[in-house]
Design a protein around this ligand. Sequence first.
Ligand code: NAP
Length: 334
Amino acid sequence: MADANRQMVLERLPQGDKLGPQHFRLTESARPTAGEGEVLLRTRYISLDAANRAWMQGATYRSALESGQVMAGGALAEVVESNVGHLEPGDTVFADTGWQDYAVLPGKRLEKLPAMEPVTHLLSIYGVAGLTAYFGLLECGQPKAGETVVVSAAAGSVGSIVGQIAKLRGCRVVGVAGGAEKGRWLVDELGFDAVIDYKAGGLRQQFKEHAPEGIDVYFDNTGGEIFEACLFAMKTFGRIACCGAVSQYDGAAPPHGPRGIPGLIVTKRLTLRGFVVMDFDAQREAALKDLQAWVASGQIKVQEDIIDGLENTPAALIGLLAGENRGKRMVKVR
Ligand code: NAP
């Protein structure tokens, strides 16, 4: 079809089962056009996020996804047609295009992004991942030099940046990740001090070995048994930045919640703070300045994991949930 718009539809919502290719269907419709106050966007890079799966479980900081809709998701996109004054064809924006070639959206809240090489950094280090790591660690975790910081999903897009920022702040950094290969990469390439392989079992023993004096700050990306093991290893007055719970997103609900609540939280006087990156929008420019300086000086290494083709978005998300990715996973649409 000339001017076709390929769309990845969420055919049906998983019901306690793991996400699979059967939950999606690729379809095609005509390319839409922009109405008054709207822009037509061409999707370039779709951000793959653990949260994409959480949205299928019910309402979060956005409304729940529904069967039959185009799969939701943020992307870097190019303006093709514009009926708003502040955007023109060729501009790059970050928008909730969903998993499709073209999307029409209201232009009011979209913002032109600066030109950047590579443009994908706008999705990784200068996008949601980098800003989540920055604000979650520095604002919620409040790490001080010499303290021990633990981060889970440490080789992922948020975790890999959290660990590097904590090192910059003079902390001892312990990552939690699946498999020896990811562990080696975190230590050898990103400068983590130690890594715990949660797939190897014996979590509480591993924490005793690698954080013998206890944890001052835990950046929680996973929830579940890693969160529980951290509760036991936290120091008195420790801080936990609750960022997400990827271990709870895909499949049936866990049989029980973490033990140690409230006993350990109370007796250790822990502070737990949940946050959503948008909470810190007012401080975004200052954060971006810091991140840019750290990338320019080589103090932060940016790892991107780019998969080709809109048709591969379901496999890319399923693979992210299975731990295939290193750093920020995204799909290049065209
Ligand atoms: P990511 O970390 O790039 O990828 C997810 C990683 O999670 C996988 O690579 C996998 O690595 C790990 N994982 C999967 N299942 C696991 C399990 N059962 N136990 C332990 N680890 C598991 O994904 P992301 O999109 O950046 O998300 C990371 C976290 O940040 C998520 O919890 C997400 O919800 C959260 N987030 C929060 C905000 C906010 O504003 N609060 C914003 C963005 C993201 P392994 O190989 O190590 O298993």
